[in-house]
Design a protein around this ligand. Structure first.
Ligand SMILES: Nc1nc2c(ncn2[C@@H]2O[C@H](COP(=O)(O)OP(=O)(O)OP(=O)(O)O)[C@@H](O)[C@H]2O)c(=O)[nH]1
Ligand SMILES: [Mg+2]
Length: 362
């Protein structure tokens, strides 16, 4: 699963990416060639800490998702011709778009438009996504119309009808993520990797001084609040970067001073994870406690395959305890005694937080 970090020039993309991934990438691109940064990011999950307090494992292994940052959109191009096609191509392979919107002032690095206006910027970015999708849909309609007329092809007709509906929707300036599709239509559309159909997190990058009154700025985005597959988060990338450079004690104090519970980045990562429709289950032991990722709705057998392909092939059953129950009783033996350890077959649907042991033979 991949999250694409995208935004207008000088919005704080690299600051956010390098803080998320703890990589030292600095410098503005300012119109240099397209450059893509990729890195795996640990998904913060306090449940792993709770398990570690029971087992004191040698290793505590969080699950990860990949973040990709695309830098170097040429400023003039962003203004006049939209995003570079090469840039859009990289974004297409991602599963979620994380759009960084600038709300911070910085006189040394002026905004390409000359002023700070978060709402204008999100509209600019969304329009780019819509236009990119629209041009794909138009090409497809063009091609299908020719083909369908030649050979009365029923499948082609269905697709043509679907494409025309998408076209009308996009023309009315609405993203495809807000359109309703049947399962069959979703399947037909998958290959096109439409940008406006991807779930999206809007990250409003605030001034250091505005953190305490972020509501004022984020309230401008109230129209975005209830939209499907979309989330709005505000943070200050600069401050997040500073927090990440402190050791854990200092970071704790810093957060307390600022009256913040945890770094906003944690919330961003978790929000990404939820929008991607992912859940975590855990395996436990004295050697390691580990979080694993599966799409919501996965069966126990599929989940076993995430740990090891042999476990999927030779799956016999899973021993499962719900997370809260486990924390209460602290061992599989105790849970078995209490009758809350369940034996589940291959079709069991894994729930977020399940503690699992897979029985299998090879
Ligand atoms: N004051 C302030 N400055 C910030 C913040 N976030 C980023 N900056 C500064 O803004 C400048 C641009 O940040 P980058 O993270 O490089 O922005 P970018 O979107 O990657 O820029 P390009 O790659 O050129 O498109 C840097 O000098 C950052 O230090 C912030 O929250 N507050
Ligand atoms: Mg950059």
């Amino acid at each position: 699963m991949q999250v694409g970090i995208v935004g207008l020039p000088v919005s704080g993309k690299t600051t956010l990416f390098s803080t998320l991934t703890r990589q030292d990438i600095s410098g503005l691109h300012e119109g240099r060639k397209i450059e893509v940064h990729r890195s795996m990011v640990k998904v913060p999950d306090q449940r792993l800490g709770q398990l570690a307090e029971i087992f004191y494992p040698k290793e505590k292994i969080p699950t990860t998702i990949e973040y990709i940052e695309v830098g170097g959109i040429e400023k003039e191009q962003a203004k006049t011709q939209g995003f570079d096609p090469q840039f859009l191509q990289v974004l297409k392979t991602t599963n979620l778009l994380c759009v960084v919107i600038r709300a911070f002032e910085n006189e040394f690095h002026p905004h390409p438009e000359g002023s700070i206006n978060p709402l204008r910027d999100i509209q600019t970015v969304e329009t780019e996504f819509l236009l990119s999708d629209l041009s794909i849909v138009e090409n497809r309609i063009h091609k299908l119309e020719k083909e369908v007329l030649k050979a009365k092809d029923e499948e082609g007709m269905k697709e043509l009808e679907l494409m025309k509906r998408c076209h009308a929707w996009l023309e009315s300036e609405k993203p495809l993520r807000e359109m309703e599709f049947s399962d069959d239509e979703k399947f037909r559309l998958r290959g096109f990797q439409f940008l406006s159909a991807k779930p999206m997190v809007i990250v409003i990058n605030l001034n250091e001084d505005d953190l305490q009154q972020s509501d004022k700025i984020t309230s401008q985005f109230s129209a975005y609040r209830d939209r499907p597959n979309l989330a709005v988060i505000s943070l200050c990338a600069k401050i997040e970067q500073e927090i990440s450079q402190l050791d854990s004690e200092d970071a704790k104090m810093f957060l307390e001073d600022m009256n913040i519970e945890e770094p906003a980045l944690n919330k961003l990562i978790r929000t990404s994870y939820n929008l991607l429709n992912l859940i975590s289950f855990f395996t436990i032991g004295e050697n390691e406690c580990q979080a694993w990722t599966v799409p919501k709705g996965s069966t126990a057998r599929k989940a076993a395959g995430v740990i090891h392909t042999d476990m999927e092939k030779g799956f016999i059953r899973a021993e499962v305890v719900n997370f809260q129950n486990f924390i209460e009783h602290k061992s599989f033996a105790k849970c078995r005694e209490k009758g809350i350890l369940r034996l589940e077959g291959k079709n069991y649907i894994v729930q977020d937080g399940d503690i699992m042991t897979v029985r299998f033979n090879v």
